[in-house]
Design a protein around this ligand. Structure first.
Ligand code: ADP
Ligand code: MG
Length: 251
């Protein structure tokens, strides 16, 4: 049981951004992707989630054997993949509580109704865990939220939706150290043999709090190096330029 990306080529109309990327995230493991800005990290996550701007030209993405690329965005979510965006969108006019409730309701069998009491109990427990004020239930999704509040809100959605595979795109950016710890604790509380994580980050800092099983370096749209968590520390020390040069000379 894995999220498997095989020789993926994808980009925007006319420009290839992801160039032959392969990766396997088995259930129960946390994989980190690090890489310089512009290397294709967000593009990979958006292709997995099914963002309409991105075109897949070849390769495959499967989730526990299901071809994700054939599914619509909502079907992918129902299949069990969740993406926490680098830049979460506002949803004006829809309260946070109703937004998550609708997402949960949407994947229930026809005719079944979400239990409202149980739902709010769970929502409040998760908000407490993330240190979110109750007023965020009534506010429009992400509207006027600070960067850190948006990121916590992404983790709240992720916790409530309980996905099989979680893709977090630079969830650490814009967070101060306290918020970073809260987010990391939220992720760590969700780690389980039944769930896989793909954690995209530019900085090593997040990985001090979420210990990855494997670290991959993305440069020029493909994985140029993989290793254990010590690879993140090496990158922190030596920076990305050296890797880019190494990659160019060995390509
Ligand atoms: P990362 O997340 O690693 O910083 P991205 O995947 O966001 O990288 O972007 C990779 C490259 O593709 C960048 O050069 C970026 O400008 C370009 N790119 C990504 N999305 C778009 C888009 N919608 N339109 C134009 N260029 C894009
Ligand atoms: Mg990005």
């Amino acid at each position: 049981m894995s999220l498997i990306v095989k020789d993926l080529h994808a980009g925007i109309e006319g420009t290839e951004i992801v160039r032959g990327l392969s990766l396997e995230v088995p259930k129960g493991e946390v994989h980190a992707i690090m890489g310089p800005n512009g290397s294709g990290k967000s593009t990979l996550s958006k292709v997995i989630a099914g963002h309409e701007d991105y075109v897949v030209t070849s390769g495959s993405v499967t989730l526990d054997g299901v071809n994700l690329l054939e599914l619509a965005v909502d079907e992918r979510a129902r299949a069990g993949v969740f993406l926490a965006f680098q830049y979460p969108a506002d949803v004006p006019g829809v309260s946070n509580a109703n937004f998550i409730r609708a997402a949960l309701q949407a994947r229930m069998p026809k005719g079944e109704e979400l239990d409202a009491v149980a739902y709010y109990k769970e929502l409040y427990a998760r908000m407490d865990q993330l240190g979110m004020d109750r007023k965020f239930t009534a506010r429009s999704v992400n509207e006027g939220f600070s960067g850190g509040e948006k990121k916590r809100n992404e983790i709240l959605q992720m916790m409530m939706l309980d996905p099989k595979y979680c893709v977090l795109d630079e969830t650490d950016s814009g967070l101060d150290i306290d918020a970073l710890k809260v987010v990391a604790e939220g992720v760590n509380s969700m780690r389980s043999p039944e769930r896989g994580f793909l954690i995209i980050t530019h900085y090593q800092r997040l990985l001090d709090y979420i210990q990855p099983d494997h670290v991959h370096v993305l440069a020029g749209g493909k994985i140029v190096r993989s290793g254990g968590k010590e690879l993140a520390l090496e990158l922190e020390e030596r920076g990305y330029d050296f890797l880019k040069e190494e990659h160019l000379t060995t390509a």
